[in-house]
Design a protein around this ligand. Sequence first.
Ligand code: URA
Length: 474
Amino acid sequence: MQITHLDHETDFDGWRDQARDLLSKGVRPEDTVWRVGKAETDLFDRLTGKVDAIPPVKQITVPRSFLSNAQMAICHRDPARFDLLYRLLWRLQATPGLLANAVDNDVYRLNALTKAIRRDRHKMHAFVRFREVIGEDEETFIAWFEPEHRITELAAPFFMRRFANMRWSILTPDRCAHWDKKSLTFTDGATASQAPQEDELEDLWRGYYRSIFNPARLKIKAMTSEMPKKYWKNLPEADLIEPLIASARALETQMVEAAPTPVKRAASYEFADLDTAPADAIKALRREAASCARCDHACHATQTVFGEGPTNASLMIVGEQPGDLEDIAGRPFVGPAGEIFDAALADAGLMRDEIYLTNAVKHFRFTPKGKTRLHQPPRVAHIDHCRWWLKAERALVQPRLTLAMGATAIRALHGKPLKVAEARRGFECFDGGDALASLHPAAVLRQTTQANRDACYRSLVEDLSRAKQHAPAA
Ligand code: URA
């Protein structure tokens, strides 16, 4: 009997190398025992005799799909998976077309294991919820998740691509994945108590879930199959599910009876087409922001002026705060500074509907003077409070480059003061994203001579052109 040791439960490379070696020596599947852990001689090892080998297999060939399925199947908790895979590898040498025989016991079992792993990975991609942890250096997002199988390594590359600009860790009982914006690493499993319990992002998830819940289309069976109850305990929105189901009937009647709400649009701008999942999330975010009262700005302004544009934009442009007209229209840059901005955009060869446009502060700050409202720049505390929204917008849009227009936007994005002249050469955002800076379009309006106005305008166009060059449209 041959005892073969693997380093850990999902040691695919170890399994592949040793399986090749066993096969080349002609060791039969029934003469092989697979063990996970250190190679220690125990009673069983001592009792086993010499391997009764048959003539060795000279050249090992397997279909490519076998190796990719084996890599998945190894993540399954079935203790017999290593034997199954070696047996299949052995049989494939004599029957190369074996995998096409779906009713063969071994093939059937392999297909069942890979199907379970695919499903588990899909659930992990859908139900991991990060919680924000403010550390000494930089915030990190941590999630606790309990997959059915040992799939952390298999599922982690998805999160690396999706949340490339965030530092995150996903803790699971078997294995933990960590991304520091440069490399993906893995450590041993953790316990639920090592993960943070709650944070502000949870309200966002709840708001999002509430907003997409349509009582008229409620199908409880389909819903619990897509979001099985075992995942509920780690989902912030889960505590809404039962009350929403309970009130669905009443809500449906209300929806049928309610008159349609007229849609109000600002004069000459249309919202850009937003794409699927992140767009839904950004709509939910916009709704949440509409009732934001995090600072004293909110109670004086008419409304929150949220960002707009495609959620797959490669360029994000950030202004200071809405002005008088933006406050009334509910859209960024539609007043006098917006006119300069639009002209400069066009001169730089950019179009509004290809950028994500937002402000560092989402409410208009002013002092009343007679019938007019005089613009007041936001204080640092306002910028800091409002960064929460900017952070959430950035996490969803993940722009390749951000252009900060003026000192407030630079302060919001950099997290600390930086001169406009220095920031124009490039700087790093609080979340590690790349940014450039320009003058604010309103600076053009403040110049008292035509020559200075022209110079400011040219500088704005130049910076917008550089931004376009570094972040061509998606
Ligand atoms: N100035 C800004 O910074 N943003 C606006 O939306 C309008 C004027």
